[in-house]
Design a protein around this ligand. Structure first.
Ligand code: SF4
Length: 329
């Protein structure tokens, strides 16, 4: 691989953004930010990150927190299994490792929820270990620099991890990895890149070919399965019925409004609108019904508006939660 380090590091020095996780760098802060950034864009992550750090400033605080607290801090970011793994992993680090993060990719990867990318990012950004961190941004930049027509996937990422390790500048692996990611986020962006501002333009084969947005070659998108669901807003006086989802599968273990795939409207149900929510592999097309009931039937948790707001309820239900708010519930 062509050595990009010189122009890239000079450019980064001049252009790096002031991001909250780049201040007071600790393994904990790097790790939480990297997991959050897998969920959302940098600008959206800032607020979540600052709120999370205010509530749980150390790995011990996260380890000692209730799961519902962690999920509430994660609410809106999606993929709650990542928040659960974050919590599990904090417990391993705080309780089995005396609060110390491992420094090598191999040991980091043995922890819950830490894959090759996160391990490389924590090892290099927090400890300056000579490890690569290859995410979607890095793949895009490198595929363009070498005009690579291979489809993006694990074999490509593994090759880049290997090849980057060979060109990491000594003692500056963290900075180099951050610079490469920053370039992908701000200059060599998806769609048409801003090659005029690019520090590695002179080395870039895609630019020389004149059509850089041909790269990277992305795998074909899988089509989503459509699921028709009815959502029940069961109301008893000032309380609403919630239930927990099963411990496995989509949105596992989270609180939700009762819902099912029965096609008919429920008896005495008052329609309250339709909503669509897209997950990565499935699309829910929902029809909501308000059901006023005389007693709190078993099998549900009946919550006041205040209790409900303290729980993490997936964004899939936000349309109906808003309806409840409008009803003063
Ligand atoms: S020259 Fe353009 S395509 Fe090549 S790395 Fe820079 S921004 Fe990306």
């Amino acid at each position: 691989m062509v050595d990009l380090s010189r122009p890239l590091l000079d450019w980064y020095e001049q252009n790096k953004r002031d991001l909250p996780w780049r201040r007071d760098v600790t393994p904990y802060r790097v790790w939480v930010s990297e997991i959050m950034l897998q969920q959302t864009r940098i600008e959206a992550a800032r607020g979540y990150y600052e709120r999370f750090m205010r509530a749980l400033p150390t790995v011990e605080d996260l380890a000692d927190a209730e799961e519902d607290t962690v999920l509430k801090l994660w609410e809106g970011l999606g993929y709650y299994s990542r928040a659960r793994n974050l919590h599990k992993c904090a417990r391993v680090i705080a309780r089995e490792r005396g609060g110390e993060f491992p420094r090598t990719v191999a040991e980091l990867r043995a922890l819950p929820g830490i894959g090759a990318y996160t391990a490389g990012a924590v090892a290099s950004l927090a400890f300056n270990a000579p490890e690569a961190a290859v995410d979607g941004n890095v793949c895009r930049v490198l595929a363009r620099v070498e005009a690579c027509s291979e489809t993006v996937g694990e074999p490509m990422r593994a090759r880049y991890r290997r090849e980057l390790t060979e060109i990491l500048p000594e003692g500056k692996s963290g900075e180099f990895n951050s610079a490469l990611m920053e370039l992908g986020e701000t200059v060599c962006t998806p769609g048409i890149p801003d090659c005029g501002r690019c520090p590695v333009a002179a080395l870039c084969m895609a630019r020389a070919e004149g059509d850089p947005d041909r790269y990277p070659v992305l795998p074909e998108k899988k089509t989503r399965r459509i699921e028709e669901r009815r959502v029940l807003l069961m109301i008893c006086a000032d309380r609403v019925a919630l239930r927990r989802r099963p411990e496995r599968g989509l949105l596992s273990g989270l609180w939700e409004l009762p819902n099912d795939t029965v096609p008919e409207p429920p008896e005495h149900g008052e329609p309250c609108g339709e909503a669509v929510h897209r997950f990565s592999h499935v699309e829910w097309r929902m029809r909501g019904y308000v059901l006023r009931v005389a007693g709190e039937t078993e099998g549900f948790r009946w919550v006041t508006p205040e209790e409900r707001r303290a729980l993490a309820i997936p964004a899939a239900f936000s349309f109906y939660l808003k309806k409840l708010e409008e009803m003063g519930l």
